[in-house]
Design a protein around this ligand. Structure first.
Ligand SMILES: [Zn+2]
Ligand SMILES: [Zn+2]
Length: 346
């Protein structure tokens, strides 16, 4: 079968490899659609986040690895004893490993598992014709949810979880700093959660236009305008600022625009330590919270896509094939900041 295999920084290859074999208790999925994530780009461009040198405790795998953790497909084989899914089911994959035995897993907080990791980064993933997964990773898709939408469930879960666990209430004013794929999905999720005003801040005119299309009520290009003074003068601040850019400048701006008693919710992965003026936050009793991936939200996300509450397909800005994934996927995302989600049709 075909697979995109990570060998090293900027060394990923589309290769023919053996099909994975269904072992005890597992499920084999034929992949139909997969999305490229920001963390795939970190792994591609900088070698960050991928399992190198020692095998992952739960997958037993290390690089070279098949990448891809945002995908959907069809079940083609199940091991004896698996009853939660059957051959022919259309499914989205929740790609996070769970050991099931650590304290956090026992409490249901499997996103904080001692064996934290993802297929496609810490084990073989979905940029391939087939993948073998654990049944707990498999979520059925209703007939009216496409495989493309199914591939968007994972990044949507990140945004939905972040908004769901935030202080945001219906009628609030919120800001979303950074409208790449997760930022756009955060706009969509904040709107679904009843935000009255959603201010999107970015430096790409194309991404800002897309943010407006998916629900932002005000867009600000921070290269051209001072987002802090605009937000303070026009809105008197925001109830929740979602930080989805992951750089010092946006964190500082977010801290400046949150109202007293409000919240800065950090969703993005910062690649370097950032500074924050805690004095100014304490005297305004502003919370800084973080959110790590998601847990227990895939079924809701799938239902919300099914019922049209979340129109996620608009975040797809380009499509390509597995053969062309490097040039038309990874390289395009690195060089062209107008892109949001690039989808691979497999
Ligand atoms: Zn991802
Ligand atoms: Zn665990």
């Amino acid at each position: 079968m075909r697979a995109l295999v990570w060998y090293g920084t900027k060394d990923v290859r589309v290769e023919t490899i053996n099909e994975p074999v269904v072992t005890n208790g597992k499920v084999k999925v034929k992949v139909k659609a997969a999305g490229i994530c920001g963390s795939d780009l970190h792994a591609y461009a900088h070698g960050i986040g991928i399992q190198v040198g020692t095998p992952h405790p739960l997958s037993g795998k290390m690089a070279p690895l098949t990448m891809g953790h945002e995908f959907a497909g069809e079940v083609v084989e199940v091991s004896e004893g698996v009853t939660s899914v059957k051959v022919g089911d259309r499914v989205a994959i929740e790609p996070m490993y769970q050991c099931g035995a650590c304290d956090n897993c026992k409490k249901g907080n499997y996103h904080l598992c001692e064996g934290f990791g993802f297929i496609g980064l810490n084990g073989d993933g979905g940029f391939a014709d087939y993948v073998v997964v654990d049944p707990y990773m498999v979520h059925k898709l209703p007939d009216n949810v496409s495989f493309e939408e199914g591939a968007l469930v994972e990044p949507t879960a990140v945004a939905v979880y972040a908004v769901k666990e935030s202080k945001q209430k219906i009628g609030d004013t919120v800001a979303v700093f950074g409208v790449g794929p997760i930022g756009l999905l955060t706009v969509i999720a904040a709107k679904a959660a009843g935000a009255a005003r959603i201010i999107a801040i970015d430096i790409s005119p194309e991404r800002l236009a897309l943010a407006k299309e998916v629900g932002a009520t005000h867009i600000i290009n921070s290269l051209e305008e001072n987002c802090v003074s605009i937000i303070l003068s026009e809105y008197g601040g925001v109830d929740v600022a979602y930080e989805v850019a992951g750089v010092q400048a946006t964190l500082t701006s977010a801290a400046s625009v949150v109202k007293k008693g409000g919240e800065i919710r950090v969703i993005s992965l910062f690649s370097a330590p950032a500074e924050i003026d805690l004095f100014s936050l304490i005297v305004r009793e502003i919370s800084i919270t973080t959110s790590c991936a998601y847990h227990h939200v895939f079924p809701e996300v799938i239902s919300m896509i099914e019922n049209g509450v979340l129109d996620v397909q608009k975040v797809i800005t380009a499509k390509t094939t597995l053969e062309n994934i490097v040039e038309d996927g990874f390289e395009k995302l690195v060089s062209d900041k107008s892109q949001a989600k690039i989808l691979i049709e497999i």
